[in-house]
Design a protein around this ligand. Sequence first.
Ligand code: ZN
Length: 366
Amino acid sequence: YTPIDDRTWRERGWMIFSTSGTTATPRSFRYTALDAELWARTSARALYAMGVRAGESALTCTNYNPHVFFWSIHHAFNLMKVAVVPGGVPTERRLQMIDLYRPTILVATPSYSLHLAGAMREAGGDPAASSITKIICGGEPASGIASTRRRIEETWNAELHDVYGCTEAVPAGWAFTCREGLKRDPIATHVQEDLQIWELVDPDTFEPVPPGARGLTVVTNLNSEGSPQLRFLVGDFATFDYGKCACGRTFARARGGFNGRADDMLNIRGLKLFPSVIEEIVRGFDALGNEFQIVLETEGVMDAFTIVVETSVPVGETYANELRVRLEAEVIRQCELRPRIHLSAPGTLPRTEFKARRVIDRRRTL
Ligand SMILES: [Zn+2]
């Protein structure tokens, strides 16, 4: 899966990356020195739009897997003279690093940023009073899910930005939130149109949709040696706005961000459901924690749909019942599906550093 032959690789090879491979065999890519340069520059200007400036410092919460997001941001920080604190260590050490080195930027997946804040509170600290003023997320939708964004921003007393892209169509920068766009409702995520051609297509016919209509993302990326792509189907639903942004940039922007990969869409009892919708609902309840799972099973010929969610603090039976009723009603109202609600104690669901696995589908396939 690469246009870089062994000879080119020996002459100007830079790094190998691969897809995260949650559902399929990981795909690997060879990137060159030219890719490295393009990548750092185009990622740096995205960081600049987020308000990142030379002289800041950033804690990157990753163990430096071959994932594109953390590496691209690392090289962009280097170029911008933003000092990097590589947080390739357990959570307790990362907390110490925040205390000791006082980084202003935290780079993490949205789930991990909340997990880290919880660990800090357990250790007697207060994330809202820490040195962190900006959180940059990747790997999962963040800024476009209003309740998740509010929760992260309030927890850390910091501004949340996020990036969007895919391993197949890098290097050459990801889509990014700008400071002005974040103040608008819905928020906006710019795509880097001078490097890549972004299109939206109909999910059934794959024909381009009219301007302003919702469609699946398709990217053409020719500013790349390691992975040039012609009309690659990234496959997230988005709506593009081609007007000038309040920040002055003229790159098209996704209204409300990118919140649902078509592959992630669940079909439950014949109805379509994006896990991000459940996330939005769950995070809207202060009494519910950050972790949840969607569990699907077959009961007779029917789909059983259960939401397992942690409470933010231990709760009594009466209040637990009230929470279950309110959450069930909200899911029915927004999704037209009746879920079973299973509340679990704080800290009982699994935590992950990279992409959280929130959908457990145990349904029999017929
Ligand atoms: Zn903007």
